[in-house]
Write a protein that binds this ligand. Structure first.
Ligand code: AMP
Ligand code: GLY
Length: 425
């Protein structure tokens, strides 16, 4: 069978690579893909196209089903368009994708369905937002309501930063329409984890847990990014916490979406804060897999991914289980010069290794330029490796990362630090 993956990042390279391993798959198209998906066995890139062209392409090629990587096409209604054409596609409809596309929608949804989340208020005008900050003090978190590619959240440690963030979004309109409404949220302290499930609308199949590293610099300093590295599993999600997340977050979310008339089919990603006393709060829902969480997570998946998604499309996820490599997988993002503010494109990448049983370099912002592979975006590669524990996976990933070279390459040297510092693995 032929499949289609929509997107061009490291997440999509990993999704397509894993789907192509199924013995039933002859080819996975990636639209538009990157240099990695262009060169990978079993994958083929499709030129960037608008939704109607993608529908036409899937029909013409008799694609068995399509998987959507990023949130933007979901927000645009790609699932609705494919379904209207009678084509199978895995992802939430535009209405269900509101869970990620509007922070306020998500907060209201969580409150309505008793899903634990930080206290908040939402504003379109600067003056009442400033008054609210005066009453509540800092630390506090200011979030643009709309999609902002990971840049719409300001964790303000003092009142002046908080007021500046409100002015930046509501007065100076620096985030455009995404920031024309803001959510101001109670600051939460604890350890974060990414919890991602496949949902068929009623049942959820949890994928292996993972932890992202959102800040640019070692020691969780510097600006927020889309994510500089991740590893799986996340030791903070003990079996007890896992059961609690399913009970308090995932099941009520799926039941709530169904009750609200927008049943949720697709990957559902809960970004969670787990406090020291084991309480959970939802920081965000995403209507897709995480990037870079997908890369280490799928490196550990032993089951046939095509079969899992087919069960999700058929509404029978309760009849299947996923099998995971017991090793730890860890992915280090190699980012371009100037990332995240102004990533430079066009630097030649050298030293890329061949894939091995225990490692894979997933491409994101890369392109082919004659015989060269060049940088073509902010996050360029995710070097992902398996090891018997976090330290071993770290050693392997960094050994490979050190051999890859491009002008201005940036990466964190401490991916996995929470797991190794805690000594839990
Ligand atoms: P979000 O896009 O809402 O997940 O926020 C991006 C990042 O901001 C999260 O991964 C956290 O590191 C941080 N963050 C978001 N909300 C809070 C909160 N209420 N308290 C502390 N940190 C937060
Ligand atoms: N790595 C965070 C995200 O994908 O939202």
């Amino acid at each position: 069978m032929k499949l289609l993956v929509i997107g061009s990042g490291g997440r999509e390279h990993a999704l397509a690579w894993k789907l192509a391993q199924s013995p039933r798959v002859s080819r996975v198209f990636v639209a538009p893909g990157n240099a990695g998906t262009a060169r990978e066995d079993g994958l083929a890139n499709v030129a960037h196209a608008a939704i109607p062209e993608l529908v036409e392409f899937a029909r013409k090629e008799a694609v068995a089903f399509t998987v959507v990587g990023p949130e933007a096409p979901l927000a645009e209604g790609v699932v609705d368009a494919f379904q209207a054409a009678g084509l199978r596609i895995f992802g939430p409809t535009r209405a269900a994708a509101q869970l990620e596309c509007s922070k306020e929608f998500a907060k209201r949804f969580e409150t309505r369905h008793g899903i634990p989340t930080a206290a908040y208020a939402a504003f379109s005008e600067a003056a009442p937002a400033h008054d609210y900050l005066d009453q509540h003090g800092a630390p506090v978190v200011i979030k643009a309501d709309g999609l902002a590619a990971g840049k719409g959240v300001v964790v303000a440690l003092d009142a002046s930063q908080a007021h500046a963030a409100v002015d930046m979004m509501l007065t100076e309109r620096k985030m455009g329409a995404a920031g024309s409404r803001v959510v101001i949220e109670q600051y939460l302290d604890g350890e974060e984890a990414s919890f991602i499930v496949l949902s068929d609308g009623r049942h959820a199949l949890a994928l292996a847990t993972s932890q992202d590293h959102k800040r640019l610099l070692d020691g969780d300093r510097g600006p927020n990014t889309g994510g500089m590295g991740a590893y799986s599993p996340a030791p903070v999600v003990t079996p007890g916490i896992h059961a609690k997340i399913m009970r308090e977050v995932i099941q009520p979310a799926l039941a709530g979406m169904d009750k609200d008339g927008t049943p949720y089919v697709g990957f559902l990603y809960a970004g969670l804060m787990i406090t020291r006393d084991g309480q959970l709060k939802v920081l965000e829902f995403n209507c897709r897999m995480g990037d870079p969480e997908t890369q280490p997570t799928l490196l550990r998946l032993k089951s046939d991914f095509v079969t899992l998604i087919e069960h999700a499309l058929a509404g029978s996820l309760d009849q299947v289980e996923a099998e995971w490599d017991t090793r730890v997988a860890l992915g280090v993002v190699l980012a371009a010069h100037g990332y995240p503010d102004a990533p430079r494109k066009g630097d030649v990448i050298r030293g890329l290794p061949e894939p091995e049983e225990d490692s894979h370099v997933f491409h994101a912002g890369t392109a082919l330029n004659g015989k060269d592979i060049i940088t073509n975006g902010g996050r360029v590669l995710t070097v992902t490796a398996l090891g018997l524990n976090v330290r071993a996976a770290q050693r392997r990933a960094y050994e490979i990362a050190e051999r890859i070279r491009f002008e201005g390459m940036q990466f964190r040297r401490d991916i996995g630090h929470r797991a190794t510092a805690g000594g839990r693995r």
